[in-house]
Design a protein around this ligand. Structure first.
Ligand code: BGP
Length: 477
């Protein structure tokens, strides 16, 4: 059965990206590497076909073109990051790099001139490599102060034009891949460092919120938030063991950032739990008060796939470094629908389930889907005779996720909008241009030229008509 689904009044549609995944290194000075740049230089073999942030999509030179496509599609907003490592030449004194700031300023003007609202994230993994080397990055409390200074400069330069600021994109990711799981360069495992990073980033979110409130730039229509990748956890069964596994998974990967950001505190017993595993971070009561007094206005939530877990079947070796999998094992559910390219399960209900959770467990705080999308390899094979990539699988993916988002709103969730990852194809960590996410193709064989995919026309039509047709597959065959 086909039904017409209507977007609620005021529901916005946008697309996201980040500085390091699009800009390229034009004009980058010695000492301005971000952690991502350093990882790319330090372990380039891991990056698919050698592509990385060096040229990326060459956004620095081609943003006008990208914004004109956004205008044509009618996008309401575009989220990217300000590259901390490049915006400053001195991270201690927060000295602005005028060259980069001037590019950034023109980029924001162009975005607004094309009728697209800019949303700016202050860190999308771009912690300066110099601070990694000097202080171990977010392991050090001083870096929180440096981040606040950096944010103040950003507000001074762009605060009169940018209304929506975010502290982090996916604050749990870098330390989890690096220090907890040891999957990424520079290959140093330390679970206590992992927890210290989590805590300092939660603190930095609140400290920057505090600075923003004091900055004089936070007008009545301005909002500050952070963008969290909720790894929606589903228990294998309703057994107490499986339920406990999902709950702990959620605690260590999701509530660890959701709770301080929205509730201003970690849940009761959390510090004791960390102590019992020997990973309690260093903290002070005055910093906990900053977290308490400066909760965010709203949240951006990145939702891609569900995570399925079960209670542990095997024992953990005594003395092994702590890992949240002390409480769970991954569960490979038979029959799950997969995106085989990215290796992620497709389960559009994650948006609805999270929507109800925000409504019921987080005081119905305002939120929006800050990233959702489908990464597909070798999309050239879907090109038609006119040269356009016919990405109908992506259109179906959008429709299914939007359908469940709207259902969540109908049941009372304060969900304000939906953003696709990503506007153009871009550089994923390690996967570089392997999995393509864009509404707009980046043609690597032809000078990174841009071309709208079929999904861009779907978005255009969706925005113009504020509705889409949805095929409900309910037939028993
Ligand atoms: C999110 C990140 C993005 C982006 C996206 C796609 O986690 O915020 O930066 O890369 O995932 O994932 P991937 O690039 O790993 O395919």
């Amino acid at each position: 059965m086909t039904e017409r689904v209507y977007l609620p009044e005021g529901f916005f549609l946008g697309a996201a990206a980040s500085a390091w995944q699009t800009e390229g290194w034009n004009g980058k000075k010695e000492g301005q590497d971000s952690f991502m740049d350093a990882w790319y230089k330090g372990h380039r073999d891991a990056w698919y076909e050698g592509y990385g942030p060096a040229i990326a999509t060459n956004f620095m030179e081609r943003y006008e073109e990208d914004f004109s496509y956004m205008k044509e599609i009618g996008l309401n907003c575009y989220r990217t990051s300000l590259n901390w490592s490049r915006f400053l030449t001195d991270y201690e004194e927060a000295v602005v790099d005028e060259e980069y700031a001037s590019y950034y300023s023109s980029m924001i003007d162009s975005c607004i001139a094309h009728g697209v609202e800019p949303m700016i994230c202050l860190e999308h993994y771009e912690v300066p490599q110099a601070l990694m080397e000097r202080y171990g990055g977010w392991n050090c409390r001083h870096v929180v102060d440096l981040f606040v200074k950096y944010a103040q400069r950003a507000f001074e330069r762009f605060g009169s034009r940018v209304k929506y600021w975010f502290a982090f994109n996916e604050p749990v990711v870098v330390q989890t891949r690096v220090y907890l799981d040891g999957l990424r360069w520079p290959f140093h495992q330390d679970s206590r460092v992992w927890m210290q990073w989590n805590y300092h980033k939660a603190l930095a979110t609140a400290a920057v919120m505090e600075a923003y409130k004091k900055s004089g730039f936070k007008g009545p229509d301005c909002k500050f938030g952070t963008i969290i990748n909720v790894e929606t956890a589903y228990a294998r069964t309703d057994s107490p063991e499986d339920m406990e596994a999902a709950d702990k998974y959620d605690l260590f990967y999701n509530r660890i950032f959701l709770d301080p950001a929205v509730k201003g505190a970690y849940e009761e017993g959390f510090f004791d739990l960390l102590s019992s595993h020997g990973i309690l971070m260093e903290y002070t009561d005055s910093d906990l008060k900053v977290i308490k007094d400066n909760t965010v206005d709203w949240l951006g939530i990145n939702l891609y796939h569900p995570n399925r877990v079960k209670g542990r079947m095997t024992a953990i070796r005594e003395g092994a470094p702590f890992h949240p999998c002390y409480y769970y094992e991954e569960f490979d559910m038979p029959g799950k629908r997969m995106n085989p390219f990215r290796g992620w399960e497709i389960y559009p209900r994650i948006i609805y389930d999270f929507a109800l959770r925000m409504r019921d467990q987080y005081g119905n705080k305002e939120w929006f889907v800050a990233e959702n999308g489908m990464g597909v390899q070798d999309e050239g094979r879907y090109r038609d005779e006119t040269g356009m990539i016919q990405d109908h699988y992506r259109i179906d993916f959008f429709k299914q996720h939007l359908y469940w988002a709207i259902k969540g709103i109908q049941e009372g969730s304060n969900l304000k909008g939906y953003m696709n990852w990503a506007f153009t194809d871009n550089v994923s960590p390690m996967n570089a241009f392997k999995n393509r996410y864009g509404l707009v193709e980046i043609d690597l064989e032809h000078n990174r030229d841009r071309r709208m995919k079929r999904s861009a026309y779907f978005f255009k039509e969706l925005i113009a008509s504020r509705s889409f047709s949805y095929e409900k597959d309910e037939e028993y065959r």
